[in-house]
Design a protein around this ligand. Structure first.
Ligand SMILES: Nc1ncnc2c1ncn2[C@@H]1O[C@H](COP(=O)(O)OP(=O)(O)OP(=O)(O)O)[C@@H](O)[C@H]1O
Length: 306
């Protein structure tokens, strides 16, 4: 079952700004990064999925449910962490998260218990009776995450969860999201404008640009081996490059590395023999792997590798 699916989803604001254009995508269960520059359409996508905004045309399904006709059913199954601060400063985290549990349909006692549990999961159990107004940015982000978890959803939609955090705070938040996704078996969609940040915790990535799908693929496919060999010698790089060129291999330089296309079975052996003949200290010889950032760099890269 797909977690999120859209068919030719289009959203225009006021008939002028196109935030999403003919977007067709299917997201499988797991931790999925929805990446794109600011203004790419990520927040619009999430709001349509939650049934908060109607699409201009096309359709969407969340866990098989149509958010246009049944937004209440979507919200009982989905937890949402908004991008911007939306917390009441004069309530404690326990009060606020309990309140959100009540809104999510939980009875009073269950809401209180679930709130404590959610706050424990995000590492705020000890501090849960303090007023939110006195919390650090990192703690506030955790409260937002706890309120998204309180009604035990099957899917979390997190809009820029590392916003405003320092590097250590970002790291901690990503680790927490990864733990929630893997230990609780909840699917998580993490929106971010920073590909490098989310890629390490995701099973799959969906990239959008100008409201259009740039690429959607799982990480294993994206980081699969290329047919380029990467060679690093501790010294004699120039010498080796010259020798490999003599052997009619197509050599290119990338910093300390020499790159050679793996065009024939004997390419490996030719390189090893050349290194041995020149008596160079071989540091590394391996098949290069795709780098996710390269694949997301542009439409051209996506189509070449796609
Ligand atoms: N209510 C609105 N009215 C008019 N234009 C809007 C509205 N909301 C968003 N837009 C525009 O739609 C486009 C997509 O915005 P959206 O907020 O979905 O992108 P985003 O990828 O989430 O970016 P950010 O991370 O900056 O929020 C942008 O050009 C934005 O200016």
């Amino acid at each position: 079952m797909t977690v999120l699916a859209t068919q030719s989803l289009t959203k225009t604001y006021g008939g002028r700004v196109t935030a999403l254009a003919d977007l067709t995508v299917a997201v499988e269960p797991g931790i999925v990064g929805l990446v794109g520059a600011n203004g790419a359409g990520k927040s619009t996508f999430i709001k349509i999925m939650l049934g908060l905004l109607p699409p201009t045309s096309g359709s969407a399904r969340v866990l098989g449910i149509d958010p246009v006709t049944d937004p209440a059913a979507v919200r009982t199954r989905v937890g949402y962490m908004p991008e911007h601060d939306c917390l009441p400063p004069d309530l404690s985290a326990a009060e606020f998260v309990t309140h959100m549990g009540r809104i999510g349909g939980l009875p009073k006692t269950a809401a209180r218990e679930r709130a404590s549990e959610a706050l424990r999961h995000v590492g705020l159990y000890e501090e849960r009776y303090r007023q939110i107004g006195g919390y650090s940015t990192g703690m506030k982000q955790r409260v937002k995450l706890a309120q998204a978890l309180v009604h035990d959803p099957d899917l979390l939609l997190l809009d820029e969860p590392t916003n405003g955090l320092d590097p250590a705070g970002r790291e901690a938040m990503l680790t927490l999201i990864h733990r929630i996704g893997t230990e609780f078996g909840i699917s998580v969609v993490v929106c971010s404008h920073l590909l490098g940040e989310v890629e390490r915790i995701c099973d799959a990535l969906v990239a959008i640009e100008g409201g259009r799908l740039l690429r959607s693929a799982n990480m294993a496919t994206m980081t699969s081996a290329t047919d380029v060999l990467s060679i690093e010698v501790s010294e004699g790089t120039e010498e080796l490059a010259a020798r490999l060129t003599e052997l009619r291999l197509r050599v290119s330089r990338e910093g300390r590395l020499l790159l050679v296309p793996l065009e024939a079975e004997q390419t490996y052996d030719l390189i090893l023999t050349a290194v041995a003949d020149l008596d160079l200290p071989l540091h590394r010889l391996d098949q290069r792997r795709h780098r996710v950032a390269e694949l997301f760099a542009s439409k051209e890269a996506a189509s070449v590798n796609g």
